[in-house]
Design a protein around this ligand. Structure first.
Ligand code: GCB
Length: 610
């Protein structure tokens, strides 16, 4: 059913569900299929009952609870004298939701397996409403059970999903059990060897969402590609009465637009507008009210258009240089995932202080506080799905998984004006299977959102003498070129930095999507020796980078690697990276305590001079 819905929304041909974990026993029989869903848009704008807070938990390292041995989702209690069960939610671990489990108990620091979560809620039945359970993010697999019956599964740690509870939820007490498993899997996205910490758990918020029986399921409302004065979009109704009149009102811009939905619940529209356009310097957002005859919803939306012309990136038809920085969804002082509005403020305040107008959300969709705050404070955003090094593009199930993730990313954030780039992948090896997959993904993304730029970060460039050439043929299918180059760190300088010549086989803008090197804060040593791990070496590296970047005529943006030191199990050096417990990638411009390293000031000066 969900496929049909989705196809309705995006006018897509049917494409099959993502394949998730292969559950091998009893639970398979009761399992709903992994499904690609049309999610409700704008959760914060709806009537919600939060299920955040304390959840009971069972830590199940060998994943016994999924089999008939324990069948933890049944949450059975002994009845007769001979009954016993070797698990119980009562009297056990209690975990906070949202929040990764690794940072909540020292025993779970490196945990990569199953945790079962349970939460009771009471519900007063209302026949006039539909009810959904919405998960903003669970890493990596979630199997969800309502009152001991499976209601669905989801794969992917960084995108939202929901299940409808209408007709299944009881009057009075109900229980939700979620099996969460964050084990790395070869055919997962990301695959096995990613360079960030694999925080697991119900890492983002959980809400019950109530809607009228006929409800506004979702909408898309943005400036038409290339236009400063025409909006286009659609409204999609769900529920029984799909044919209704629709009113879109933006009082501050004197918009009062009326239309009607067809039998499929959908109204597509475009109409002229006069708006104050959103820019990083003047991030205007308008309260927009969408009303049907039975439902209404308000959201703050900004309007800008983003295009490329030759080697220029144009924001509202004017050339713009993207002064960016990359960061992970991590709060270093807590050694945990970022998930609150205060966390978003910490990360984005740092980026503003650096002089940025752009951020790269590495390497996955980060929580909604971050993207909504970026809209409010004026940051353009690159958002990507975790198709990251080592993905087996030849494996047939991967395309479905990648398309599911793209759909879920675009679904959630399509009305965020800050988002200007959807990135398909990071550091993939050229080859036929990869090319086919990414070409498909780019084409698919353009069908669900024709307004934004499409990118894919590459690390393969061709070196010859002092020349660096961008020749990856996949670039033809992308709007911007983006290169992760690690000159001065993983790759030696081919000549003096100012003498490096960048060439491109494509008449397109380049974003230098990563560069950098490691330095331990407070560690001093020679500026010409990488192994010194000194702030001086990193500072010199940034000076050299700036000297090179200034000479690239088609460069239109940079987002160095990375804002702040971050945890990764690839980083094992005992003293420099605190490799036996912290595991810090030290390429941050800020230390894990938030102190500025010398290189920070080089980048800041470069951005202030732009
Ligand atoms: C890269 C990756 C990034 C790594 C970084 C590094 O090229 O895109 O995820 O963390 O290099 O520090 O090695």
């Amino acid at each position: 059913m969900y496929f049909v819905l989705l196809a309705g929304i995006f006018h897509l041909p049917y494409f099959p569900a993502a394949q998730g974990i292969q559950v091998h026993d009893e639970s398979t029989k009761i399992a709903g299929q992994l499904s690609l869903q049309s999610n409700l848009g704008n959760i914060p704008g709806r009537k919600i009952i939060s299920l955040n807070g304390k959840w009971q938990a069972i830590i199940d390292p060998a994943d016994f609870g999924i089999g008939s041995w324990a069948a933890i989702w049944k949450d059975q209690q002994p009845k007769g004298k001979t009954d016993f069960f070797e698990y119980s939610f009562e009297g056990g671990t209690v975990l906070d939701v949202p929040g990764d489990f690794n940072s909540q108990m020292p025993e779970l620091n490196f945990y990569e397996s199953t945790v079962w979560y349970k939460k009771k809620f009471s519900y007063k039945k209302d026949v006039q409403e539909k009810l959904f359970i919405h998960f903003a993010g669970v890493n990596y697999i979630a199997d969800v059970f309502l009152n001991n019956e499976k209601i669905g599964s989801h794969e992917g740690g960084f995108t939202a999903f929901q299940f409808e509870l209408t007709g299944k939820v009881k009057e009075g007490e109900n229980s939700i059990i979620v099996r969460v498993n964050n084990q790395r899997v070869k055919d997962g996205i990301p695959s096995l060897g990613f360079d960030w910490f694999n925080y697991g758990g119900i890492t983002r918020e959980v809400n019950l969402v109530a809607t009228p029986l006929s409800y506004i399921e979702d909408y898309f409302f943005q400036l038409k590609k290339g236009s400063n004065n025409e909006v286009e979009g659609w409204v999609q109704l769900g529920g029984l009465n799909k044919s209704q009149s629709i009113n879109i009102r933006v009082p501050e811009a004197k918009i009062n637009f009326k239309t009607t939905t067809g039998n499929n619940g959908r109204a597509a529209f475009s109409f002229p507008v006069k708006l104050n356009l959103w820019t990083p310097e003047n991030p205007t957002l308008y309260p927009v009210k969408f009303a049907s005859e039975t439902d209404s919803i308000i959201e703050l939306i900004g309007f800008r258009n983003i295009t490329v012309k030759g080697t220029e990136i144009l924001l509202n038809n004017k050339p713009v240089f993207l002064k960016g920085i990359s960061f992970h969804e991590e709060i270093p002082q807590r050694k945990g995932r970022a998930y609150t509005e205060a966390d978003a403020l910490q990360l984005l305040t740092w980026t503003k202080e650096l002089g940025c107008n752009f951020v790269r959300l590495a390497h996955y969709p980060q929580n909604e506080y971050i993207v909504r705050m970026a809209d409010k404070i004026g940051l353009m955003v690159w958002e990507e799905i975790p198709v990251y090094q080592g993905i087996d593009f030849g494996n047939a199930v991967m395309q479905n998984k990648m398309n599911s993730m793209l759909t879920e990313m675009v679904n959630r954030d399509k009305n965020r004006c800050g988002i200007i780039i959807w990135s398909m992948s990071n550091e993939t090896s050229p080859g036929k299977a990869r090319n086919t997959a990414i070409i498909n993904m780019a084409a698919f993304t353009r069908t669900i959102d024709p307004t934004r730029l499409i990118a894919s970060a590459f690390n393969r460039v061709n070196y010859s003498g002092n020349t660096v050439a961008i020749e990856d043929t996949l670039s033809k299918y992308l709007d911007v070129l983006s290169v992760n180059e690690y000159l001065g760190w993983y790759k030696a300088w081919p000549s003096g930095p100012a003498d490096v010549v960048w060439k491109s086989a494509f008449n397109k803008p380049l974003i230098m999507s990563e560069f950098g090197g490691e330095a331990l804060y407070g560690h001093h040593g020679p500026a010409d020796t990488a192994s010194s791990w000194s702030e001086e070496y990193q500072e010199q590296l940034y000076k050299d980078q700036v000297a090179m970047l200034k000479n690239i005529p088609f460069l239109r943006g940079t987002c160095p690697w990375i804002l702040v030191d971050f945890r990764s199990p690839r980083r094992l050096h005992p003293t420099l990276q605190d490799g036996q417990s912290g595991m810090w990638n030290r390429k941050g411009l800020l230390s894990d305590k938030g102190y500025k390293k010398k290189a920070w000031y080089i980048m800041e000066a470069y951005y202030r001079s732009q």
